[in-house]
Design a protein around this ligand. Structure first.
Ligand SMILES: [Zn+2]
Length: 205
């Protein structure tokens, strides 16, 4: 508990950016009618090292994620609102945070984009019910709306308690507070700015 606070549970690996670049190319190919090329790029973005990175962060055996009893005192939970923010609240968070994880900085992709890709390319392994049959990059980069003070411990859906994150940062921290997880508050630094727009161009005409 005395170790210095970190930006994220585990530094991202370069293969995640590589996969993001391939996905961006896949969407560009799709939009120009090159469907075989788009399919091939989607498959190339399904990188084992990315899956390994995600799996190193979630699950009880993770050596990067927090474990043990909660130790910080937080207000008694009085939460009655829904845990999942509304679409309007989600849009507000993306307007502030863009399409990057506020902890580790990797690109993220909304579920609706992934769903669209699954329908467009049903023969590519885009999504299934269990982790091993989900596309490694789409799984890792799945946009989450994470409560800084966890919802189960009284955290609200207000923008000063919520950030856009990737799935491993969200599921890795689970219900631990930032302090318990040894993490700096990501709202105390600027979000990453870049050209990544979450593949939302898939919906552009
Ligand atoms: Zn992250």
């Amino acid at each position: 508990m005395n170790s210095p606070l970190r930006l994220c549970l585990r530094e991202p690996i370069p293969e995640i950016e590589l996969a993001a670049g391939l996905l961006e190319q896949a969407v560009a190919a799709h939009r120009s009618g090159q469907h075989a090329e788009a399919r091939s790029l989607l498959e190339r973005a399904n990188i084992d090292a990315v899956r390994d990175w995600s799996e190193s962060l979630w699950g009880k055996k993770s050596r990067f994620a927090p474990s043990g009893p909660y130790w910080s005192s937080v207000p008694a939970p009085t939460t009655t609102h829904l845990r999942m923010p509304s679409l309007v609240e989600q849009n507000t968070l993306h307007a502030r945070d863009g399409y990057y994880c506020r902890f580790c900085g990797i690109p993220v992709i909304r579920k609706k984009v992934r769903e669209r890709l699954r329908k467009l390319y049903p023969d590519v392994q885009v999504w299934g019910k269990t982790n091993p049959v989900q596309h490694a990059a789409l799984q890792c980069m799945w946009a989450q709306y994470d409560h800084l003070l966890p919802h189960s411990r009284g955290g609200s859906n207000s923008p000063d308690n919520m950030v856009v994150t990737c799935a491993p940062c969200n599921y890795g921290r689970m219900q631990y507070t930032l302090e318990e997880a040894g993490l700096l508050n990501p709202l105390e630094r600027e979000p990453r700015r870049g050209s990544w727009t979450g593949l939302e161009q898939l919906f552009a005409s």
